[in-house]
Ligand binder design. Structure first.
Ligand code: ADP
Ligand code: MG
Length: 673
């Protein structure tokens, strides 16, 4: 025995030696004979026991508490640490491991009294002779043997288990990474309470919630009641069926607004074939749905436009026949008064029908447009007065125009038509009065805007926003306003063509219209017109204020209103022109005839004057000089704006009140033709 005290389970080798000593002391052979088999048996038992310990895969150490020394160990301890038995017997368990990092283990092994637990499991590292270390799980067992306290330490090498755990963790991480990066919403719920147990990144984004806010919650915790009921119903249905169920469209209300999802729900089974989880894979189709709707809408408009255009075209021919024969009948002169009146009624009705077909043609884009490059702000300034007359006294009109020029290629008359139609609708929407705001601005439209709205092409645009504080529209109405003949107004009040004409005109100008409306709050229309190519480069740069262009040519001003005549004279002579004045058409024609040929470079003439009208005067002047240039000015009546199409070659129309700069520009432009 190497030690003073007896270990509780002596080394079998030592035990054998001790037995042999005892046997040697036995004198009597008879005694020896009767003891021997029993001893032999005990010996074998001990040897078996030792072999058992030595062949164990676990290192076993016996530690004496009073000294802290290892007092016995098995073969596996040497095998695993690389130290010989003798070397190990020189060390303490704390030299051999990282156990000193565990206060509980320290207490269990080192405290002289038995305090607290007598048994514990610790995961630590064992040190090898070659300097290496390996992870080990150690069971410490404190026990009393005779007068002494011992700790039996059984250490198991867990390198492999650790490696497997690590591999498992890595593969879990890998899978989690994959699931997180799938560009689809992925979630799983346990089947009992349908509580979320997993969600991926896309799911967090769509829900607008963090993992912590979702895990452990049910549909009812996260979504409005009706939605939660529907989701739960589909979840249960999927589990009952035991196979994939597809929900083509479901709306979820989230912090980020409503999202539309296409969802596949799949039951997941355990080894016994029992449902454990419900897996959900969903695609956020909100944007796609919106684009599809826009596309459908524009296809519908296209089709309706073609149909309307076709009908209007044929109808026009029929109307020409009706109107043609009608006027022949009227000109006959032989008709009795009563019948003449009836034919006139027919003609009136046919005229109205002709107006309708021309509106339809405007919508179906079959009307020819005559675009010219001009500043959108000027167009609005022109019609502003007229618009305020349309909307009446109870509605206030406010115009806020962009400080810079918004050069666009447009048919002025048509853009004016658009503004008139919008103002008319605004008036109808504000029977008790309100505010109509017209704003202009510029906007650089990028690819993202085009994608998000499904309209237009990238580039610089001029924008007109027209807002009213009227009754607004609900979603259903809003979807249909551009359809020809769609109206919510009483018979006789609305034709349902106004907005379809707006749509047609803007389309034809390569622009687009947006509408925003809230019932009871009002409506805003936004019209986007592409900047003129000619000015696109400088379109978005601030512009220097214009200096009015002038000249030295002779201009004949024909105006019956004396104050206005004087004003025009001042403006024109101020810009260097020589100015001749006439107070009516008759005088104008005489003046023109008196002048030398080509002396009068331009006639500036009011369209409506007492006596000879502007148009008649123009005809007379043209009889003298067919190439005479005539610029009309006009007050604001719808008819005059409409009659613009009837203007002859070499004539133009300016609307009153004519602004000086505008006038000078137009004059210069016409002189330079
Ligand atoms: P109409 O004015 O003849 O009814 P429109 O094509 O101009 O035809 O307009 C169609 C419909 O769109 C209107 O009947 C109305 O319901 C709706 N609408 C258009 N503009 C507005 C607006 N500013 N406010 C409210 N509703 C409007
Ligand atoms: Mg209308």
């Amino acid at each position: 025995m190497k030690k003073a005290s007896d270990p509780p389970q002596p080394d079998p080798q030592d035990a054998l030696a001790a037995l042999q000593q005892k046997l040697a002391g036995l004198g009597e052979s008879s005694m020896r004979k009767s003891y021997y088999p029993e001893l032999q048996e005990r010996l074998e038992e001990l040897e078996r026991f030792k072999a058992l310990l030595d062949h164990s895969n676990e290192s076993i150490f016996l530690i004496e508490v009073s000294t802290g020394r290892i007092v016995d160990l098995n073969d596996a301890a040497s095998r695993q640490t690389g130290w010989s038995r003798d070397e190990l017997l020189q060390q303490s368990l704390f030299d051999l491991s990282n156990l000193q990092q565990s206060p509980a283990a320290e207490a269990l092994v080192r405290s002289p009294e038995e305090t607290g637990s007598v048994r514990m499991l610790a995961v630590t590292e064992l040190h090898r002779k070659d300097g290496g270390r390996f992870p080990a799980e150690i069971t410490l067992n404190r026990m009393q043997f005779r007068e002494n306290s011992y700790v039996l330490a059984v250490a198991r090498d867990i390198t492999q288990r650790k490696a497997m755990e690590e591999a498992l963790r890595e593969s879990e991480e890998f899978l989690k990474n994959i699931v997180d990066h799938i560009p689809a919403v992925v979630f799983a719920k346990e089947v009992q309470g349908l509580r979320f147990v997993t969600i991926n990144k896309a799911c967090q984004e769509v829900f607008g919630l963090s993992r912590a806010e979702v895990l452990g919650r049910t549909n009812y915790d996260l979504f409005p009641k009706e939605q939660a009921e529907f989701f739960t119903k589909m979840d249960r249905e999927t589990l009952a069926k035991g196979e994939l169920v597809e929900v083509p469209e479901e709306t979820i209300t989230t912090a980020n607004g409503d999202r539309i999802l296409r969802v596949k729900k799949i039951p997941l089974f355990d080894n016994q074939g029992k449902e454990r989880f419900l897996l959900g894979i969903a695609e956020d189709i909100t944007e796609r749905k919106q684009l599809e709707e826009k596309l459908l809408q524009s296809q519908k408009m296209e089709a309706i436009g073609q149909l309307a255009g076709g009908v209007a075209h044929d109808f026009n021919n029929i109307l020409m026949v009706i109107l043609g024969y009608g006027s022949i009948l009227l000109n006959e002169g032989a008709l009795p008064a009563r019948q003449k009146e009836q034919v006139e009624q027919i003609m009136n009705a046919a005229d109205k029908a002709a107006k309708l077909t021309s509106d339809l043609l405007a919508f179906s884009r079959k009307q020819v447009i005559k675009p010219a490059t001009m500043n959108l702000n000027d167009i609005i300034l022109h019609v502003e007065k007229f618009l305020s007359r349309i909307i009446g006294e109870d509605v206030q009109l406010k115009a806020r125009l962009a400080p810079r020029e918004l050069q666009v290629d447009v048919d002025r008359g048509q853009i004016e038509q658009v503004l008139i139609n919008l103002a008319t609708n605004a008036r109808d929407a504000m029977p008790k009065g309100g505010l109509l705001t017209i704003e202009t601005s510029s906007l650089q439209i990028d690819e993202a805007f085009v994608q998000a709205n499904g309209i237009g092409a990238p580039g610089p645009y001029a924008v007109i926003s027209i807002s009213d504080t009227g009754v607004g529209m609900d979603e259903q109405t809003r979807r249909r306003i551009f359809e020809p003949f769609f109206t919510t107004k009483i018979v006789g009040k609305g034709t349902g063509l106004g907005m379809s004409i707006v749509y047609g005109i803007i389309q034809q100008h390569n622009g687009f219209v947006n509408v925003y409306s809230e019932p009871q709050l009002g409506t805003t229309f936004r019209i986007y017109l592409p900047f003129s190519e000619k000015s696109a480069d400088r379109a978005l740069e601030p512009q220097a204020p214009d200096t009015p262009p002038g000249g030295v040519e002779t201009i004949l001003v024909v105006e019956d209103e004396p104050d206005l005549r004087l004003l025009l004279q001042n403006i024109l002579s101020g810009a260097g022109y020589r100015v001749l004045l006439a107070e009516n058409g008759q005088v104008a024609v005489e003046q023109y005839a008196a002048g030398a040929r080509g002396e009068i470079a331009l006639v500036l003439m009011d369209m409506i004057m007492p006596g000879m009208s502007g148009k008649e005067a123009c005809h007379a002047i043209r009889a003298i000089e067919p190439a005479a240039k005539v610029l009309y000015t006009s007050g604001y009546t719808m008819d005059i704006i409409k009659s613009r199409d009837l203007l002859e070659e070499g004539t133009e129309l300016l609307m009153k009140p004519v602004r000086p700069l505008e006038l000078l520009k137009k004059v210069r432009e016409m002189l330079d033709r």
